[in-house]
Write a protein that binds this ligand. Sequence first.
Ligand code: HEC
Length: 439
Amino acid sequence: MRSRSSRPLVGVGVMTAVIALIGVGTGEAQTAQRTPVTFTRDVAPIFQEKCEACHRPESIAPMSLRTFEEARPWARSIRARVETREMPPWHVDRTIGIQKFKNDRSLTDAQIATVVAWVDQGAMQGDPKDMPPAREWPAGQGWNYAALFGQTEPDLIVRNQPWTMKAGQGNTWFKRLVEVGLSEPRWVRAIEVRPGTVKGRKITHHANVDIDQVEPDGTVTSGRFMEWAVGKEGELLRPNTGRLVMPNAKISWDVHYASADEDITDAVEMGLYFYPKGQEPKYRQMLVSVGSVGAALDIPPNSIVAHQGFFVLQKAARIESMQPHMHLRGKAQSLEAILPTGQTIMLSHVDRFTFNWHNSYIYADDVAPLLPKGTVLKATSWHDNTSANKSNPDPNTWVGYGDRTVDEMNHIWMGITYLDEADYLAELELRRSRLSQQQ
Ligand code: HEC
């Protein structure tokens, strides 16, 4: 499903309204702060909302930020990371493209200003009575979406076989085939992948989950089902949209383990949440790799280069999500839509790609791009193979396509739902009318 070169655009413009449907960033010029800014009144609510998911005991971040005592020693570092938008990890450019996401964990400009002012004013505690009640988190390593469906865990958990990384052992790719074990076809509405243990988080960098199965029409398919990497909470499918798992399905795991300073054994697990039996969603969502130039990837030493790849939508579609994928030299990635009219629209630009954080940017319902048949998706990937790139292990070497972290890739994982023409037009109309109501 990859297309390497641009194809001539066929078909002349059918629709023009897409651009109006894409929200433009709402710059929030707020600086007003109460003086003095205190931890208990001003900062703790922000940390509860935007940091504790990772910065609490037994989660992935190095320190907990739940209390003043825990946060105070980190004040300087917090200021630096927050001001540069390195924390929370969220790397999409805020000045261009779609700005409304379902899973946005970034800070608003006002929140950044508050945190910075708190540190600049001496990182004071404030009145303990102002402290909000502690936020409750699931015990151990709770499943992210279970509560959403009124459950304590997913409907089905498929575990990979365990693997032990020896202390100091280099990067390892662990590949296994595991039966899903269903007795009938089921439609999936949410998927989570995670290391099986808290310690496992230290070594599990990313996991590709492919599914091999016999489709209802008898064809045998093997395709990407889920892609997980550190920082990704899971995939939540839109209402009436699902991924299909057949009874004979096998999961093909490919887990990338990084080295640690102690022996760690872990088994990655995938949690599936199903639509109730008998409820069949109308649309099947696909996860598609867009933009890879494969072996044509050519990154000379001491240089910054860009590659472009293209993907033609054979049917009208709604774009659900985009997740950049590059390795250590990855610098930035953008996704544009070239409409059949020739008009080009920037959908998203990830300007500060960071290999440690593979975020999937899930578009909010009212802005997820609706694109007509024949639209060309254009993915541009920049690699920085100079010494200015802090993650670069060696700027003096040529880099090409490959699996290893020191090789490169340049694709975007995209959640795509193909729509039939009638539904596409209906959804477009709905957006138009909402938009005109707002004006
Ligand atoms: C998705 C998980 C996640 C979220 C959300 C998150 N962090 Fe982090 N944070 C991490 C991880 C993991 C590290 C260590 C690796 C790294 O530095 O990237 C880290 C590192 C840091 C550091 C650097 C610590 C040091 O060694 O100096 C600071 C400071 C920090 N985070 C502050 C914050 C603040 C403040 C927030 C909320 C506004 C936040 N983080 C939100 C996961 C997260």
